[in-house]
Design a protein around this ligand. Sequence first.
Ligand code: G6P
Length: 622
Amino acid sequence: MCGIVGFVGKRQAAPILLDGLSKLEYRGYDSAGLAIRNGDEPAEVVKSKGRLKVLSEKTDNGNALIGNCGIGHTRWATHGEPSRTNAHPHVSGNCTGTGSGEVESEVVGVHNGIIENFKELKEKLMKHGYLFYSQTDTEVVIKLVDYYYKKYTHSPQEAIAKTMVRVRGSYALCLMFKSHPGEIWVARKDSPMIIGISDGETYVASDVPAILKYTRNVYYIGNLEMAKLTPGEVTFYNLDGDVIEKELTEIKWDAESAEKGGYEHFMMKEIHEQPKAITDTLNSLIKDEKIDIDSIGLSNDEVRNISQIYIVACGSAYHTGVVTQYVMEDIAKIPVRVELASEFRYRKLLLDKNGLVIIVSQSGETADSLAALRLAKDKGIKTLAIVNVVGSSIAREADNVLYTLAGPEIAVATTKAYSAQLIAGYLLAIQFAYIKNEIAEEYYKNLIKELYTLPQKIEKVLEDKERIQWFVAKQANAQDVFYIGRGIDYAVCLEGSLKMKEISYVHSEAYAAGELKHGTISLIEDGTLVIGVLTQSELYEKTVSNMVECKSRGAYLMGLTSYGHYEIEDTADFTVYIPKTDEHFTASLAVIPLQLMGYYLSVSRGLDVDKPRNLAKSVTVE
Ligand code: G6P
């Protein structure tokens, strides 16, 4: 996590860096800092604890810091508590207390990632007279670069290369050297970083939205590579110091999609962007009424050979995997296991050689998902990534990639990327079923047609959002919420419950409806809100019975079902209906009211919807 930015060019750097950081706050927001250079003068470092706002106020929105070259950081603490001292940038000088020793420092830098062997390196550096003022692993790297810089040839490239060989872990590093004004040096391993370029100006950032306003032309820097940034130019090097050539890529996302566009929060804007995310993802894969999986590099023969699918992901991406499992097994008749990436990577895996490992990730940078992908590749299993961020690590390393076209997602709680991932799962299931002759041509065509109706059906659910807002206002003091459902409805519950707890801090649990009576039902008290999701006709009656069991113990019931099932009102105290669709696709509709519930409860409690406490959008640490 953490967001880093850098700029060197013609304009004043600090306002541009602060603006970039504001787009990266989703990556961490417990402290922030800037280091700005004015010509040959040493860097001026300003840091503050708390949100970026504090730093902006302190620097008059950056206007108080003069200079055309600089780096910045927004932090999500890993080593060392959130504090001004632990905030980045860090400096190589032996300053004490506040970390403002930039005048005597050769190196100043910001870092995203984790240096695993920082303790051992710290001891080594202390023996060489380095003193440490912070608890961070970053300060160790900065001082190590300084150590190699002074020990060898005073070349930033060599000092960074030696550091890269010496450290273990992950990093996106952005450095400035006092003796090299007008230059920013960057290095990367396993943490995201892109470099943007426009006329006479160069940018670096952890993610595209930070620079989208200024340029769409970017370079992706590879693992174990470094680069020198000067105004309007970039030179890339490998670890041996050889210059390497890179291709410029044009980002298709428009700048507006990274702005709030009149909505109070990114989350609400992104909830409303779900119809578009779905349409765009469908259009990218459906050609002439057929799903074109050739474009993602899977041949029909390869599909016929798949004997087992492993879907591996974290968080909401994992929840979409659970939906895909039900759909895939039902229509394509391929066995599917859904695995949490953090578990998958450490299990003694018995992977089927004819298996397909599907990694699902919005960011394409989640550390556990990336590690799971590498593990599968090491074991010689074919891999397919479902990813939203073009050029991300997972997208680049997987054998095949299916891009979801949700556009940039800024709110920490995912909505539109989740919806686009569901679509990706449906499309794979339908096409695999078709290739394996498990479904007839007519049904195949009908399923595709039905997918195209989902955006408009989501609009319909959204039209009714005030009703949900009204209901949620009455629940503002809820302590516990339970979500129950079976099959696909259970998968939806997992996501609904996560949306509730992550942004409104209300304890919630998702339970397979039949499992409740094996323990959790003891938690139901007078007035406890239980939400039953009932979109699967075959399982409808069963879930109703489980809801009744809760009601007899005092629960207050909400039913979420499709239009037509009006008899639910005999049981539930409050009902939300979604339009009818093929039952394989109901998750796409049922999740919408649940996203809205999380959102409205968070707003009614006065919480920071887009940046919930303790969380980060992209989890690039284990
Ligand atoms: C974080 C986010 C979740 C997301 C998960 C996986 O926890 O807050 O919204 O589902 O990471 O992220 P990914 O980028 O791999 O989809």
